[in-house]
Design a protein around this ligand. Structure first.
Ligand SMILES: [Zn+2]
Length: 236
């Protein structure tokens, strides 16, 4: 089994092991349904079993590994197209509501953090040939900032439980240089900054729709699959 960065000599912390294993799973270097052998991983990474076990438990929480009775841990299967649709329809309900709520909140407006996050991502990918992990982490943080600004832990926890970013990015890397994501996120950040809920909702709907069809390219035959949008009446 390869390592994510080819490094064997450096002493790895539990966090390093977690990130390295997570990258291997997300990039399908450990295939869906493949058994994960804790002894072999410990030998390969030159660490004791303790950080491997900790990483494996975290990855189980991420729904990237699951325990099979009598067989130990295996990577979970990839989403099929219908599951991807369901995930994005959930996001359309939650993210559209969230962005409207956040865009009318002048006191707790997160646009400064959103612009900062876009700038940080833009700097981080300069000269990087494969931006997949940067893109995943940026998109997770960007939408997490909007949901975090809502101040509703029930909604935030329900969203986090879907692990939507991990599972979508496991299918396909949809934006090879990050330009589309930066453009769509910048539009969202500006609409939130302007406290314009209609434009923020439109920008979020378009962003999620485009992102869904970008991820759906992982499938040879997408048929006539269509996202169903939440409709008015609006709550705000
Ligand atoms: Zn996004």
């Amino acid at each position: 089994m390869p390592t994510a960065d080819g490094a064997h000599s450096r002493r790895l912390s539990s966090d390093d092991v977690y990130h390295q294993l997570r990258t291997l799973i997300l990039e399908n270097a450990i295939a869906p349904g493949e058994r994960v052998n804790i002894d072999a991983l410990a030998r390969q990474l030159g660490v004791s079993q303790t950080p491997i076990r900790e990483a494996v438990r975290r990855l189980e929480g991420d729904h990237l590994l699951h325990k099979v009775p009598g067989k130990g841990y295996q990577t979970t299967p990839l989403l099929d197209l219908d599951s991807l649709r369901q995930l994005f329809e959930f996001r359309l309900v939650v993210d559209l509501w969230a962005v409207r709520a956040v865009a009318v909140n002048r006191l707790g407006n997160p646009s400064g953090w959103l612009h900062e996050e876009i700038e940080r991502f833009t700097r981080a990918i300069v000269g990087v040939p494969d931006i997949r992990q940067h893109l995943l982490e940026h998109d997770t943080r960007f939408h997490g900032l909007i949901l975090g600004a809502l101040g509703n832990d029930v909604v935030k926890n329900a969203y986090d439980q879907t692990h939507c970013h991990f599972h979508a990015f496991r299918l396909y890397s949809p934006d090879t240089n990050g330009a589309l994501t930066i453009e769509e996120h910048a539009r969202l950040a500006h609409a939130i900054e302007a406290c314009d809920p209609d434009e923020a909702e439109t920008a979020m709907r378009e962003h999620l729709t485009k992102a869904f069809y970008r991820f759906a390219r992982a499938f040879d035959d997408t048929g006539n699959i269509q996202l169903r949008f939440p409709q008015s009446p609006r709550i705000f």
